[in-house]
Design a protein around this ligand. Structure first.
Ligand SMILES: C[S@@+](CC[C@H](N)C(=O)[O-])C[C@H]1O[C@@H](n2cnc3c(N)ncnc32)[C@H](O)[C@@H]1O
Length: 308
């Protein structure tokens, strides 16, 4: 536990206990898009091992995209998803990792739009045992609780005035398209890690770890590359294991775990909704001007009544 392993994950995964991994967060080498110092990718063997090692209720976050070969996307990501499903996993969610830009922006004379996303398949062994949905989508009506009088029906079917609806929370769960800035200092501030050609953003790994696991859970990345997943697992109090078959990347990942150690010592804590953003009841000019007449009337009445 808590180590970076140099080796082929097809073999290294076999050494883990069955049903012991709470979450895999990983991005495999796909469609020969890059040559990671030479790699071997027996997908079906690795997927089967991952399935065996996954705990009941555990999840696999599988971040992939498809190459375009001879004018057609390969569709590998879909075939992989179906394979995981046939092993017995649920396709719990097909999420999107949207990037802020494309390495090959579309040309006006081209026939294809800029590719700016990858899939983040979330496979689960049964129902996910942990789902701490990240609530950082600000509600327009946060704090403005009980516009109108809520009504309920009593057991004879008569409408009775409710005691007031629950206050609208300040934040709600975000949607399943997650957008990240990529590139220097966005993906990570560890500049030495950019020796790896295909890191995913630290926030992406962290957001999945925070969602699907709790402190103390075991998070494994069988294609750990520069150690993004393991770093984010460690600084958030999870157990972690990373595997990569490139000596060069394993060295980077180990260095990254030293950065993690320092962050832990400095008391790192991930906060999604800072306190100053949690103030309730403040509507912007734009929000007020886009209100329906009915809501405006209710707001005026409420203000007249002294904001009860
Ligand atoms: C897409 S990269 C992962 C990058 C990682 N998510 C990060 O943020 O740094 C895929 C990695 O898988 C490694 N790899 C390829 N085949 C492997 C195998 N069979 N076992 C272990 N690692 C492998 C490559 O060396 C490469 O570093």
């Amino acid at each position: 536990m808590n180590k970076i392993i140099l080796g082929n994950c097809a073999e290294e995964l076999q050494k883990l206990e069955d049903n012991s991994v709470d979450a895999f967060v990983t991005s495999p080498p796909y469609d020969n898009l890059r040559d990671y110092n030479g790699y071997s990718f027996p997908f079906e063997d690795i997927a089967t091992e991952m399935y065996n090692k996954l705990a009941d209720g555990g999840v696999i976050v599988w971040v992939v995209g498809d190459a375009v070969l001879k004018g057609s996307e390969t569709g590998s990501s879909f075939r992989q998803a179906i394979f995981f499903q046939e092993l017995g996993l649920r396709i719990h969610d097909t999420m999107i990792y949207e990037k802020n830009g494309s390495s090959f922006p579309a040309r006006r004379t081209g026939n294809r739009y800029s590719q700016v996303f990858e899939y983040m398949f979330v496979f689960s062994k049964g129902k996910p045992k942990t789902a701490n949905l990240i609530c950082d989508k600000k509600n327009k009506w946060s704090g403005w609780t009980t516009f109108g009088k809520g009504t309920n029906r009593d057991k004879d079917g008569r409408l009775i005035e409710g005691k007031g609806r629950k206050p609208t929370p300040n934040f709600s769960p975000r949607h399943n398209v997650w957008k990240y800035n990529t590139g220097k200092s966005y993906t990570t501030k560890d500049s030495f890690a950019f020796e790896h050609p295909a890191m995913f953003p630290e926030s992406l790994a962290e957001d999945h770890i925070m969602t699907w696991t709790n402190p103390g859970d075991l998070v494994v990345d069988p294609f750990v590359g520069a150690g993004t997943t393991t770093k984010m697992a460690a600084i958030n109090g999870r157990q972690w294991i990373g595997i990569d078959m490139s000596e060069e990347y394993v060295e980077i990942a180990k260095k990254r775990m030293e950065v993690a150690d320092q962050m832990i010592q400095d008391g790192y804590e991930r906060v999604y909704t800072p306190e100053e953003e949690q103030k309730a009841g403040e509507l912007t000019h734009k929000e007020i001007s886009s209100m329906s007449k009915k809501n405006l009337v209710e707001l005026a009445l409420k203000l007249q009544g002294g904001l009860k």
